[in-house]
Design a protein around this ligand. Sequence first.
Ligand code: SF4
Length: 488
Amino acid sequence: MAVGVFDLFTVGIGPSSSHTVGPMRAASVFARELVQQDLLDRAASLRVDLYGSLAATGKGHGTMTAVLLGLEGYDPELILPDQVDSRLAAIAETGELQLGVQVAMEGNDGGSTVSGHGSAAGGRGKPIKYGVDDIVMRPLTILPRHTNAVSFEVTDDGGNSLHSATFYSVGGGFVVRDGEEDAAANELDASKAEQPLPFRTAVDLLQHCTNEGISIGEVMLANERADRSDGQIRSGLLHIRDVMEACVETSIQRTDVLPGGLKVRRRAPGWHQRLLSEDPDGDPKFWQEWVNLVALAVNEENASGGRVVTAPTNGAAGIIPAVLHYATRYTDGMATATQEERDDVAVRFLLAAGSIGVLYKEQASISGAEVGCQGEVGSASSMAAGALAEIMGGTPEQVANAAEIAMEHNLGLTCDPISGLVQIPCIERNAIASAKAINAAKMALWGDGSHHVSLDDVIVTMRETGKDMSSKYKETAEGGLAVNVVEC
Ligand code: SF4
């Protein structure tokens, strides 16, 4: 399928789209195949190998536990935070996972319990002795297609292979099966042919705007209509907005330090209390503080494995909600807007952000392991800048200019999280990138849309810069802050 707005904004669990959501999705696909091919009963042992960046920073990113949950058949979009905790506790206690249990239960109308043991028949999974420590870590082995790779193999009690598969987690929660890259590309091309206004570059996108007399967000809307009704698109996007807001609400209620051993204090709950007392009436002079709060809250929730919207990745999940908060509270007319008017703005904002996200997915990468943080935080900042410019009345050229400015000043941004945790620099970086996005939109709106560096130029530059970047700075925790800051 051609990349659409609902591919770029998906609900998942933290802390990483490429290292948590993607591997969990791959494991879930594998478990589903075991159930569909009726192999669960014969499965006697399991082997999982993590390669490259997934192995290098998997511990800090929750990759191994995500894989175990995926192998039980849980989907990152549907699993509830309580289920994450209870299933991982059960696996740790028993030393055994229930292969495919969630898939088998779905096929049995939910007629079993997750903790049940026994055969796959009757909606139960297959108990297999397997835990986090059994996963084989191969950080120095990079498979040809992508540095984020995971392979699975299930054998019978004679050691014969029943089923095996290798997947690549290519960023933003997207996964590609080894050997099916061409098929995926062909499917992408075929589904694009069904779109009324297909585009791959900003030049294509702007041409559609000119030809049709529509905005950048409306191009995305036209393409989404190939698959969904207007009502489904609106309700789907408002659901995405609601999950973003719920994520902030959950985060500001928490009081613990972030998990992982760095003992990073949460700032969002205290800042929220302070803002409630200093800004009880929504004074516009506090816009920056509220934007910072939303970005921190989302990323603190992500860092603790909570429910977030991948936008377009988990590490960068705070930027779009923070700038959306600005768009729906502080742009013209929003102070006195009705809820329906705010909803309209949210829908337009997410569609425009989605259009720009497609350009990054098509021409470069949104994977920190592939191009560094410029592909994650940089892309999100660019998407948010363009979307805000559109909401503030920008022409398509000004929107493209805003997106270009935001990426231009994120070029070269490395990925070097301390201890491989999506905490430092990630959380604060989201707040800074949100401010950059707002400034980029305002700068573009004071221009006439003409600019020296085109949006396509900056996207290609980001891709090439990422290619040249040392692997130390691409989600391996082997360079930068990850090695220069002493942990205590
Ligand atoms: S530094 Fe950037 S790319 Fe790396 S984990 Fe943090 S947010 Fe993601």
